[in-house]
Ligand binder design. Structure first.
Ligand code: ARG
Length: 456
């Protein structure tokens, strides 16, 4: 039954009903809908807006409905207009007339905004937990690899050697900022619209504080027009989710590249890879590719919701029903991608030899040779040119800087000595990067302590 049939003479076209139904999407937040209705009904009873008996019957009926949905005994009618009418109609079939009082002082406009915020607040807490789990895994692997060395890149060319720990911790900090952003957004999500009614508030003496406390919101919304028509908390979440996905896609991309035979820095687990139906030798990094690919879903959701809200006049407009399509698409995607990244890392085996070997003849120790001259008083620009010429010489000879003899070094500059040669060892190069936030094991150990502190 429609919640609003009274003023209509003709039935809604069936195609319009199908076109406008949101049940398949918003039924995902049925727990929040029922919780919010229970809190509203309890408050109506306490305030004598409805009788305590009716309030109790409504609450009892809603609790039963929740049990039936949970056990699968009650299945939503996919043709229903939306979750709110579906639950209210079922309640009416269950408890009769008292159900007709539930919607007193309430509109679906404040109801849907309340449900969505309640649902998202819960989900954000879970997502933060999953991010912490992933960060823990990165940290664990970093702790084991402070001495594992590989070429650090700029422009995707060998630049300077770094430790695997340092590389993994770079992702740790990206995710820590992602967690921080989600945590900060929580206070804006946890603001309760219930009590704003359709758009202008209500004349019934609602106690919004009571419902706020029961539902666990941090505050109530200040303006009823804003409360029913604002979806920026959805957009903010999708923007935060987009950043998470962007970070995960970079890690995925590196795992894809690193698992090629050309790199061979990592072997991804059988559990997270797939084979080919024709090429027997294949082991494909599908999970990493799907994470990289699914970024599009979340960016799409972000742009979809931004576009949907653009230019909407106050207050509620039906356009806004689309928010949940975008929100759930983004939410489900980011949730599963965080979990999958964690699994992929847990099943990864780092190939330390391959990483080390790829440093051979790669000139990623060139800066240190120049720095050696600078320490002896030579201008950096001059030192840069001297080493540049040495690099050119080595390329022509098919050797690395580390293969130069002390005599050869001295020939290019008189201030080079035994110690200069020792500095060319790639491990020494990595270990020398002792600045705060640098890649040396000593600096990384300090970093690890700071990282641990974010895990609570
Ligand atoms: N299904 C609607 C939505 O998700 C609920 C609110 C409907 N309100 C209205 N006045 N038609 O936005």
């Amino acid at each position: 039954m429609k919640l609003w049939g009274g003023r209509f003479e003709k039935e809604t076209d069936q195609k319009v009903e199908e076109f406008s139904s949101s049940l398949l999407t918003d039924s995902k937040m049925w727990i929040s809908d029922i919780k919010a209705s229970i809190a509203h009904a309890r408050m109506l009873g306490y305030q004598n807006i409805i009788s305590i008996q009716d309030s109790e019957k409504i609450i009892q009926g809603l609790l039963e409905i929740a049990e039936e949905i949970k056990s699968g005994q009650y299945v939503f009618n996919p043709k229903a207009e939306d979750l709110h009418s579906e639950v209210e109609n079922y309640l009416a079939r269950k408890i009769g007339d008292p159900a007709k009082r539930l919607h007193t002082g309430r509109s679906r406009n404040d109801q849907v905004a309340t449900d969505t915020r309640l649902h998202l607040a819960e989900e954000v807490k879970f997502l933060i937990e999953d991010i912490q789990i992933l960060k823990k895994e990165l940290l664990l692997q970093a702790e084991k690899n402070t001495e594992t060395i590989l070429p650090g890149m700029t422009h995707f060319q060998h630049a300077q050697p770094v430790s695997l720990a340092h590389h993994l911790l770079a992702y740790f900090w990206m995710l820590e900022r992602d967690r921080e952003r989600l945590q900060d957004s929580y206070k804006r999500i946890s603001s309760m619209p219930l009590g704003s009614a359709a758009l202008a508030g209500t004349g019934f003496p609602l106690d919004r504080e009571q419902t706020r406390v029961e539902l666990g919101f941090e505050k109530v919304t200040e303006n009823s027009l804003d409360a029913v028509s604002d979806r920026d908390f959805v957009i903010e979440f999708l923007s935060n989710a987009s950043l998470i996905m962007m970070h995960l896609s970079r890690l995925s991309e590196e795992l894809i590249i690193w698992s090629t035979p050309e790199f061979g820095y990592v072997e991804l687990g059988d559990e997270v890879t797939t084979g080919s139906s024709i090429m027997p030798q294949k082991k494909n990094p599908d999970v990493a590719e799907l994470i990289r690919g699914r970024v599009g879903r979340v960016y799409g959701a972000l742009f979809g919701s931004l576009t949907m809200m653009k230019g909407l006049p106050l207050a509620y407009n039906r356009d806004m029903q689309e928010d949940k399509i975008h929100l759930f698409e983004g939410l489900e995607t980011v949730k599963s991608c965080v979990k999958m990244t964690d699994l992929m890392l847990k099943k990864a085996t780092w190939k330390k030899e391959k990483m080390l070997n790829s440093l051979k003849n790669d000139f990623s120790n060139a800066t240190d040779l120049a720095d050696d001259l600078v320490e002896k008083g030579i201008y950096f620009r001059e030192a840069h040119a001297v080493v540049g010429q040495l690099v050119q010489f080595c390329i022509k000879q098919g050797m690395g800087l580390e293969d130069l003899t002390v005599d050869q070094l001295k020939k290019s500059h008189s201030l080079f000595d035994e110690k200069s040669k020792a500095k060319l060892d790639h491990c020494a190069v990595m270990k020398a990067r002792n600045s705060e936030g640098g890649t040396s094991p000593t600096a990384v150990k300090v970093q690890i302590q700071k990282a641990k502190a974010t895990l609570g």
